[in-house]
Design a protein around this ligand. Structure first.
Ligand code: SF4
Length: 263
């Protein structure tokens, strides 16, 4: 794979034209052919489950990882286990640094994220952004399940974007998929999904920061609902320099053993 930043930026533009014409399996094949180290980050949402299945069925060497924030719904943890078993796939789990969490609780309180945007972003930084950085270390391609229809903020995402801050290609193979397409493939292949979707949770993150949506609301309206619309992103999908995250002095940890939820 070409390596210079300007080459990769140009490559992203060229690939966007190619992706348009390909089906999902062909898109993954294209990624597998160009990447030296591709990482797919799943948060176990509908789109991510579709991608996890497609990757498991493909011959592509793509690492599947998830961010274990310590505040996930029990249903999400159960789905993670079910998915690993059903597809016989290793989903590597990245955890926040315990020392950073202790400092956070001392400074803001266990649920301090409700009190200010700064406290919320600091929590997302420790529990999500720092583990994400560890998960993407050494990767040249980052695959996500983002779709244009998910929100106004995501309406103009490309299939392939050059992430200059992380120094990798960010690829969204489902960018043009509709909600109906996702539902159809989930039903067709009996893909395991989170039971919370049927209870009004189209977008599921950490338990204390996700509520069911009301009829007519945007599918991401239940995330950080107490904040103004313009602050409601955890920073995973915005440039690190604009995420407003408070840096953590500690390194996140990759962990394969049992770590209690709600640390
Ligand atoms: S979504 Fe909520 S609990 Fe999860 S990391 Fe962000 S602020 Fe913390």
């Amino acid at each position: 794979m070409e390596r210079s930043n300007s080459d990769l930026s140009k490559l992203a533009n060229r690939l966007n034209g190619n992706f348009e014409r390909l089906n999902l399996s062909q898109r993954l094949g294209l990624i597998g052919g160009l990447a030296e180290h591709a990482v797919f980050t799943t948060s176990l949402g509908l789109e991510d489950q579709v991608l996890t299945r497609a990757i498991a069925m493909s011959a592509q060497k793509i690492d599947v990882v998830t961010l274990q924030t310590g505040r996930l719904f029990p249903e999400s943890l159960s789905l993670l286990s079910t998915t690993k078993d059903k597809y016989n796939i290793d989903i590597k789990e990245y955890y926040p640094d315990p020392e950073a969490l202790k400092e956070y609780v001392a400074a803001f309180g266990q649920d301090g994220f409700y009190n200010s945007v700064e406290a919320r972003k600091s929590c997302c930084n420790i529990r999500k952004l720092q583990p994400l950085a560890a998960a993407l270390r050494g990767a040249d391609v980052w695959i996500t399940g983002l779709r244009r229809q998910q929100s106004q903020d995501r309406s103009s995402i490309e299939f392939v974007e050059w992430d200059s801050e992380r120094g990798l290609l960010k690829i969204n193979p489902l960018a043009d998929w509709t909600e109906e397409q996702i539902s159809e493939i989930v039903a067709e292949h009996d893909i395991p999904i989170n039971p919370l979707h049927a209870r009004g949770f189209p977008s599921i993150g950490c338990q204390p920061c996700t509520r069911a949506i009301k009829p007519g609301e945007n599918e991401r309206a239940g995330r950080w609902w107490w904040e103004q619309q313009d602050t409601r992103e955890c920073g995973l999908h915005v440039a690190a320099s604009t995420a407003g995250a408070v840096p953590s002095p500690h390194e996140p940890v990759e962990h394969k053993g049992e770590v209690p939820n709600h640390v």
